[in-house]
Design a protein around this ligand. Structure first.
Ligand SMILES: [Zn+2]
Length: 239
């Protein structure tokens, strides 16, 4: 029993190590950074989508205007061909063609102004799209680096955990099942620490000094009896 209780203290040390390894793995700064990067990329993707939508709308408007300019120019060329072909000779007809041509030129000139406006409007939006793409690119590169680095560190921690699990299993074989079960229950209830050593009259778990009468009782108890701290309920290991 004395041996089993001492093994329990070693199991406790192993379990504390296991808890620390898990904590280190779960709260790794790179994991936090990766979560932040993922959040930032999601935000960037939405902003990019919105900017691309605006840019494309302007480009479509510009293309429509340019198509209209081209159609006008074609019509104008047709009118000019007719005017100078000699087919139309009546001054009234020539006058009508000439004023239709003037109307088309004026309309085309207004359309060309609108094309220029659209081009100017698209410029900062296209620049914003490019900036968002470049930002997303560097964040994605950083994410890949962080993932690779985290993978390496997880492998190291994973190897340590395997080592810990093996060492704990060896120790657990030396402790009776009922005692181990009691230890597990205490550990679950007492924040991971179920066994503490008695040191200078104080419990190593709750750090409270035991009353003199209690210390006396412990001293007189058979060496293989299981004693617990009255204050916190942890199993105490005598020095
Ligand atoms: Zn205690």
């Amino acid at each position: 029993m004395t041996d089993a209780i001492h093994r329990l203290l070693e199991i406790q040390e192993q379990d504390t190590r296991g808890d620390q390894l898990r904590h280190r793995r779960e709260h790794h700064p790179l994991r936090t950074e990766l979560a932040e990067i993922t959040g930032a990329l999601t935000d960037l993707r939405l902003r990019h989508e919105e900017a691309v939508g605006r840019r494309d709308a302007i480009r479509r408007r510009q293309a429509d205007l340019e198509a209209e300019v081209a159609a006008n120019n074609e019509r104008l060329a047709g009118i000019e061909r007719r005017m100078y072909s000699g087919e139309v000779s009546a001054p009234r007809d020539l006058q009508a063609l000439s004023s239709e041509a003037d109307g088309l030129r004026a309309r085309t000139s207004r359309l060309e102004d609108l094309v220029l406006e659209a081009m100017e409007e698209a410029e900062p939006v296209a620049a914003a799209v490019a900036a968002l793409e470049s930002e997303a690119g560097s964040l994605s590169r950083r994410r890949a680096e962080a993932e690779a680095q985290l993978g390496e560190e997880d492998a190291v921690l994973g190897a340590e955990e395997t080592d810990h699990v093996r060492a704990r299993a060896v120790l657990a074989e030396e402790v009776p099942a009922d005692l181990l079960q009691r230890y597990e229950q205490l550990r679950a209830r007492l924040g991971g620490v179920a066994v503490a050593s008695l040191h200078n009259g104080a419990c190593g778990g709750c750090h409270l000094s035991l009353p003199a009468t209690e210390l006396d009782r412990i001293r007189k108890a058979p060496p293989d009896s299981l004693i617990t701290c009255e204050q916190c309920g942890r199993i105490l290991v005598r020095p």
